[in-house]
Every structure is written in structure tokens, then in C-alpha cells.
Design a protein around this ligand. Structure first.
Ligand code: ATP
Length: 297
């Protein structure tokens, strides 16, 4: 028996631009992804077959998954399950794996919760079975399971282009606190992209300028370039997102933005107490129960 534990970090989009809708229906994006110190924990246990070892053709495949929250599927729909199947198929493995998921990242939030668990699983199976796949290979496998998965395999701070599979590491956000608020609303990513008029957008975030600001450690410069074109769809449907953004800004945030397709809103703060006080105010007003103060990683 072999066990390893993985942390799967949440992300926010410091900037999210959609350049165009391609003929095949996919959207071409240009985004800055940033991991936060808010993570799920995954404990993987592999049971060795005494006769054949881990990787025998004759061994049977058994994947079991448990989660600490009820709204997470624990069957073949879960991206953790899909990632194990993909790795087993790709590397010809048949074995018994058990995964215990402690979910801390808000679900259906625009924080890539499922994608990051998926990426952590690709890394875990690679290590547990000593498969020797490099990050590039894991990213290529990951994109088969979701556009955000390659970024999650890479992690930290990155420019994401194409449909999310072209990734360039950039200097990370630092010296700030991040207030994360997930309002109690469900937003379907597919619905947001379907309703986005990508080819008619007139305003686009200055992503290149943000990369320079990150490089220079210019927090104000980063904050002033925070923009997400998906707000044009989600905020219209859910005005409370704008309300939370405004509260954050009135309560000391340098800037605030919706992450991904929403509904999560995050604000950047210079000090922790101001961020905590703003979060408390939002909680007291009944706008959200899922509120975190964290830092970039
Ligand atoms: P993204 O930012 O990539 O759009 P999200 O935060 O909007 O992701 P997720 O939290 O990844 O959304 O969950 C979306 C759906 O995916 C959930 O409703 C759930 O049914 C399914 N799902 C599959 N695997 C997982 C997982 N490991 N954790 C959470 N949800 C999962």
C-alpha cells in the first residue's frame, strides 16, 4: 500500500479577455491566472497486487472516491475519477486506487475547483506509479479533460492563451491579501460563454500591461488593469456581484473583480485586517457565507 497527499490550489483570473469565438465554437482567451492559498486536499492510496505489482494487465481496475461535501459527485462524473482513468488508459495500468477529497474551494464558483483536483490527480498518479511524465505531457493529457486543466497542472501565475492550453509563466502577484466571496448563486460556465457576444466586445483588458506591472511588483498597476469581459454576461443576470465588488472597493480594496465566469468576487487589499473587516461586513449583510481571506501563491 502506498499513500500520498496533494494540495490542489484554487485560482482567480486577474484579467480575463475573450479575443474571438472560433469557427469550431471554442473561445480564444487571453487571461492571467493566479493561484491562491486556498486548496482542496486529496489523499491517494494505491493497493499493490502481490502477484503482479501495480501495473499488470491482469490486475483489475478499481477507483473509489469519497468527499467531505454532499454536492460533489463521487462517481465517473468527478474529474478526479476521469483523470485516473485517463492516466491508467494512457500508461496501461490496472490497479486499485482510493481517493479521499477534502473540498475547501467553493464549488461552481469560477475558481477551477474541479480542474485543480483533476491536475493534482494527474501529478499524483504520475508519482505513485513512477511514470516519468513531465509537466508538458501532463498538460497535454489534462486539456482532454478541461480547458483550465493545463494551467492547473502548471500552477502559480501564468498567461493563458488559445483555449487555455498555451501557457506562459509570469511573475506572481505578491505583497497583498485577497478577499474571496462566493455569493450563493449558481452560474453555468457554458451558459455564460453561450451568451457572450465575443466578436462585439469593445473593451478589452490590458493584459500585456498587467504582465509588466506584475514584473515590476507594481500592485496598483496590476489592480488598475483588473478586468473580466465575462462580467458583461454574469453581472447583468446577477447584480449582487456588482454590489459585492462595490462594497469591497468602498471597504478598502485596491480593486475587485469577478473570477472566471463567476459568481465569485475577489478583492485585493494591502493589509489583512481591512480585508477581514470587509469580509465580515459582507457576511453581516447576508450576501454570502463562503468568505475567505487568503494570499497569492
Ligand atoms: P471553473 O472555474 O473551471 O469554471 P467552477 O469553479 O465553475 O470551475 P467546479 O467547482 O469545478 O466549477 O464544479 C463544476 C461542476 O463540476 C460541479 O457541479 C461538479 O458536479 C463537477 N465536478 C467534477 N469534478 C469535481 C471536483 N473534483 N470538484 C468539484 N466539482 C466537480
Amino acid at each position: 500500500m502506498k499513500t500520498i497527499t496533494k494540495k490542489a490550489y484554487a485560482k482567480v483570473n486577474l484579467a480575463l479577455d475573450v479575443l474571438r469565438k472560433r469557427e469550431d465554437g471554442y473561445h480564444e482567451v487571453k487571461m492571467i491566472m493566479q493561484n491562491l492559498d486556498l486548496y482542496d486536499e486529496l489523499v491517494f492510496t494505491v493497493y499493490e497486487n502481490e502477484q503482479t505489482g501495480y501495473c499488470s494487465q491482469n490486475n483489475t481496475r478499481k477507483i473509489t472516491l469519497s468527499a467531505n461535501k454532499e454536492n460533489i459527485p463521487t462517481d465517473g462524473r468527478n474529474l478526479i475519477y476521469k483523470a485516473i482513468e485517463l492516466m491508467f488508459d494512457e500508461f496501461g495500468i490496472e490497479a486499485t486506487v482510493d481517493v479521499a477529497l477534502t473540498k475547501n474551494i467553493p464549488v461552481e464558483a469560477g475558481m477551477a475547483g474541479g480542474s485543480t483536483d483533476c491536475a493534482a490527480t494527474l501529478h499524483a498518479i504520475n508519482e505513485l506509479f513512477s511514470l516519468g511524465a513531465d509537466t508538458k505531457r501532463l498538460m497535454e493529457l489534462g486539456v482532454k479533460l478541461g480547458a483550465d486543466v493545463p494551467y492547473c497542472v502548471l500552477g502559480k501565475t501564468a498567461l493563458s492563451e488559445g483555449i487555455g492550453e498555451i501557457l506562459t509563466p509570469v511573475t506572481g502577484l505578491r505583497d497583498c491579501y485577497v478577499l474571496v466571496v462566493k455569493p450563493p448563486i449558481s452560474v453555468s460556465t457554458a451558459m455564460v460563454y453561450t451568451n457572450l457576444r465575443a466578436n462585439e466586445l469593445t473593451e478589452h483588458p490590458d493584459v500585456d500591461g498587467m504582465i509588466v506591472a506584475l514584473d515590476e511588483g507594481d500592485l496598483e498597476g496590476v489592480a488598475s488593469r483588473m478586468e473580466n469581459v465575462l462580467e458583461t454576461v454574469t453581472v447583468k443576470l446577477h447584480p449582487e456581484i456588482e454590489e459585492i465588488k462595490n462594497i469591497m472597493k468602498n471597504k478598502g480594496a485596491i480593486n475587485a473583480l469577478m473570477s472566471g465566469s463567476g459568481p465569485t468576487v475577489f478583492g485585493l487589499y494591502k493589509d489583512e485586517t481591512t480585508a477581514k473587516n470587509a469580509g465580515e461586513y459582507i457576511r453581516e449583510r447576508g450576501l454570502s457565507k463562503e468568505i475567505y481571506v487568503t494570499v497569492p501563491v
